[in-house]
Design a protein around this ligand. Structure first.
Ligand code: CA
Length: 423
């Protein structure tokens, strides 16, 4: 990866609360519809959003190498396609414009048309997703699931420490935070029966995940070396990979998940760039089985991102049911991308790769209801007399993610979703 840009102005003319996810160190990208109906790429600063399309039109990005406004769009793809030098330039330029000593933007009479309260905007899915892949990279999650479903065999399958296991998911049903989802219907096999029944899933679950967005494509037949893989990443989001456990159990042999996963996945509206995450780079877990050379990293590393899941049942306050961390993942994003492309698969700008459920070592860090309630045997208490084994209609699930170190906070906002009854 090229040298990260991390030029934080000592002071800015915009005041941002110290507990805001969207500090001046962050500058995450999203896409919003403005009150008059126009679309623009936006950057979050505290409770505000900066309209990049208007900034571009008014000539604030003279060195951006493009003839068309890449921000007057309903997705980030056109901007991402411009490549890393352009991402770096825009970040550097925004930090310049936000500096107290710089008057180019702060003195404008029409500033309120450029810097708008986020509460006035509708946020869209930030990228147009061509392909969505879901990995299975948490040792703790894979081992918990193994213990539950293969109590008499090995918790871990023999391939798991050699391959960043994953499957190709469904891009069309990825939705943005705030978009409610309906409980899926499908086939399940009742306990003790040999004949399946059809109906609404009874074991609806969330999966706490993060996703990376591919920022640079590779041609069909080409692979991305593991030590160059991070250079292909644009940024990251929170990702809730909804799962219907009862449908999954009946359908997944022999080809893996299908309807149990394809009804919806929810994504946060803000994409935090890899540049903004660099101060939070940390060591990844030591891999105790030697991997094949194409997965060996010279500078193995991951990111210290704190994660939290809240469930809010109707008319009750939200309860935090899980606290985990992205850094627990056994396989890194670089290894995931190297493996994904090693056979020559072409990744496209805007492709989304999710991490797999991010469970930590302790029971309160498990990233799904399946694990938190241990297959329904240990219900979670949300309030006096209100318990959950899996999710119910009317429940709202909210996932948050943020990095914090030495007073610097870089957050992802939230992905918040209400569960509606089956259609
Ligand atoms: Ca998943």
């Amino acid at each position: 990866m090229s040298t990260p840009v991390f030029l934080v102005p000592e002071t800015s003319w915009i005041a941002v609360s110290p507990d805001s996810d969207f500090s001046l160190n962050n500058l995450p990208y999203g896409v919003a519809r403005f009150p008059k109906g126009e679309f623009s790429v936006v950057v979050a600063i505290g409770d505000y959003a900066l309209n990049l399309s208007r900034l571009y039109k008014r000539g604030y990005f003279p060195e951006l190498n493009t003839e068309k406004n890449p921000f007057r769009k309903s997705s980030l793809n056109a901007f991402i396609r411009l490549g890393r030098p352009s991402w770096t330039y825009v970040r550097r330029r925004l930090l310049e414009l936000l500096d107290l000593k710089n008057t180019e933007l702060q003195k404008r009479k029409d500033l309120s048309k450029i810097l708008v309260p986020q509460s006035l905007l509708t946020f869209l899915l930030p990228v147009e997703i061509s392909n969505y892949t879901d990995f299975y990279s948490s040792l703790e999650h894979a081992s918990n699931v193994g213990k539950m479903f293969r109590p008499d065999g090995d918790a871990m399958l023999p391939n798991w420490k050699h391959i960043p296991v994953g499957y190709h998911g469904r891009a069309s049903s990825v939705v943005v935070s705030g978009y409610p989802i309906h409980r899926p219907k499908g086939q399940t096999l009742p306990e003790g029966s040999e004949v399946p029944v059809f109906g609404p899933s009874r074991l609806l679950d969330f999966e706490l995940e993060m996703a990376f967005i591919v920022g640079k494509s590779n041609a069909l037949g080409e692979s991305v070396p593991v030590d160059k893989a991070e250079d292909h990443l644009f940024g990251m989001t929170i990702f809730n990979d909804w799962s219907a456990r009862d449908i999954q159990k009946w359908e997944y042999v022999p080809l893996g998940p299908f309807l149990a996963k394809n009804f919806a996945s929810s994504m946060s509206p803000w994409v935090v760039t890899m540049d903004a995450l660099q101060p939070f780079r940390t060591e990844a877990p030591v891999q105790d089985v030697e991997v094949l050379p194409y997965l060996r990293e010279k500078n193995r590393g991951t990111y210290d991102i704190k994660l939290q899941v809240d469930i809010q049942a109707a008319e009750l306050p939200a309860v935090t049911v899980c606290r985990s961390n992205f850094k627990y993942l056994y396989w890194t994003m670089a290894q995931q991308l190297a493996h994904h492309t090693v056979g020559g698969c072409n990744m496209q700008v805007g492709d989304v790769c999710a991490s797999g459920t991010i469970s930590g070592p302790s029971p309160d860090s498990y990233g799904s209801m399946l694990e938190l309630s241990w297959k329904g045997s240990k219900p979670l208490m949300l309030a006096e007399g209100v318990e959950r084994r899996f999710l119910q209609d009317g429940d709202v699930v909210e996932m948050r993610a943020y990095c914090e170190k030495e007073g610097i906070r870089v957050g992802f906002g939230a992905v918040r979703t209400e569960i509606l009854p089956s259609k």
